[in-house]
Design a protein around this ligand. Structure first.
Ligand code: SAH
Length: 409
């Protein structure tokens, strides 16, 4: 390991070299033959055991993912801003091509846009970004990204969303989230920016800094439309958050019951219902604060039945070890839902755990269908909306599964 000019070089083992040559972008700390004498977040040139160049990566002194490839060429600190701007432009151009019926979408999705560690979401005229690694916290790189967001996306405000746990894991100093642009004391001290954004011609409120992710589950946008197309009659949306699926169902179904354990999420859902009053077919949505597992059990016992059910739980498997337990959790709720469907009824069932593979998920659903003694027909097998691209060579970029099935009549 040596420092050439200002960029250090790291030698990686054959396993990491093979992974990088096949198009993956991660080097684990255990792949390093010697840790580079690099500053946190700096550029590091990669080479294999025989000294052959593999590209340039961003270094983290804290993560088990020590290096994330940013280019298969040699990149210097001087050339980095131009490379980052080119990547940001490419990400933006791609969204212009794939995003329909929405002014809210993911503009940059980390590894999937070859900008590992950076997330940028747009909510109409407000842009929210999140930094997941040391590199994007460096003043220089942050400045490049901020200038680009202001110039290229022309928002009313840019807010930083901070995940304290991630900053701790990356050994980054704690930082407050909030407005970072316009860069005025009034903007920083004022109330968090609010806006209304649109998906599939429904309106949703956005309050910077509140809610999960950067505010909404934009990755489900096209699955909302799919669920709506298949829905009818009486519907149940379990794990409804701020009403993403439920309000789409509300345009087509006669009655919608939506369940979540979070009161603030349900309050936002109710405000979203008011925003869309003119567009809904149901007279009044039914929002219920409850534990979904208990509620499904109680409803099944009470003999309730539905024509349409949506299940979109939080990630049950955060790591590989928790996959078997997660699958039991998925099976429990899917089994109950399948049993509660009326003949011809439709189940829209999701998992956002990367560690639960598509085949694991389908296998779980098959087993639930067997136990429910229902003949189940696969209608659609879906993933995240295309503004959350799945890169085949980087399987970690694929995480969302959304399967639509119908039980036989
Ligand atoms: N379907 C939503 C996203 C759901 S995220 C959308 O498209 O916007 C998962 C939701 O599950 C969160 O809102 C969280 O509050 C809720 N949740 C987590 N555990 C729960 C439980 N045991 N019972 C009910 N809701 C739960």
């Amino acid at each position: 390991v040596a420092k050439t000019g200002q960029v250090s070089t790291a030698k990686v083992d054959w396993r990491a070299a093979a992974r990088l040559r096949k198009g993956h972008v991660w080097v684990y700390r255990s792949d390093l033959l010697k840790a580079p004498p690099a500053d946190p977040g700096s550029l590091v040139l990669l080479e294999d055991e025989r000294g052959k160049r593999l590209g340039t990566a961003l270094y983290s002194s804290a993560s088990v993912i020590a290096l994330r490839l940013i280019s298969s060429d040699a990149v210097t600190e001087e050339k980095l801003p131009a490379l980052v701007r080119a990547r940001l432009e490419a990400a933006r151009a791609y969204r212009e091509q794939v995003v329909r019926e929405s002014d809210a979408f993911r503009v940059v999705f980390s590894e999937a846009d070859a900008l590992p560690g950076l997330i940028i979401d747009r909510y109409n005229d407000v842009v929210a970004f999140q930094v997941l690694t040391q590199a994007w916290d460096r003043a220089g790189l942050r400045g490049v990204v901020l200038d680009w967001m202001a110039d290229a996306l022309k928002p009313r405000a840019i807010v930083e969303r901070v995940d304290a746990r991630i900053r701790q894991l990356e050994k980054l100093p704690p930082r407050e989230g909030g407005v970072v642009w316009p860069n005025s004391p009034a903007a920083a001290a004022g109330a968090p920016p609010r806006t209304v954004f649109h998906m599939n011609n429904l309106a949703f409120e956005y309050v910077a800094g509140e809610g999960q992710k950067t505010g909404a589950f934009l990755d489900q946008r096209e699955n909302y439309a799919a669920a709506e197309r298949h829905s009818r009659g009486e519907a149940l949306d379990v794990f409804c958050y701020q009403g993403g699926f439920a309000l789409h169902l509300g345009r087509r179904c006669e009655h919608v019951t939506a369940v979540d354990s979070s009161r603030p999420a349900l309050e936002a859902a109710e405000r979203n219902e008011k925003l869309n009053a003119g567009a809904l077919r149901v007279k009044e949505m039914e929002w219920i604060e409850a534990n979904a597992f208990d509620l499904l059990k109680d409803y099944a016992r009470a003999g309730k039945s539905y024509d349409t059910i949506v299940l979109d739980p939080p990630a049950f498997a955060r790591n590989l070890k928790s996959v078997p337990r997660a699958l039991r959790g998925y099976k429990e709720i899917n089994l109950r839902a399948l049993k509660m469907l009326r003949p011809g009824g439709v189940l829209v069932t999701c998992s956002c755990s990367h560690h639960v593979s598509e085949s694991d998920f389908l296998h779980m659903l098959t087993s639930a269908a067997e136990d429910a003694r229902r003949r189940v027909c696969l209608l659609e097998h879906r993933g995240a909306a295309p503004d959350h691209p799945s890169i085949l060579q980087v399987p970690e970029t694929s995480y969302l599964k959304c399967v639509v099935v119908a039980v036989s009549r």
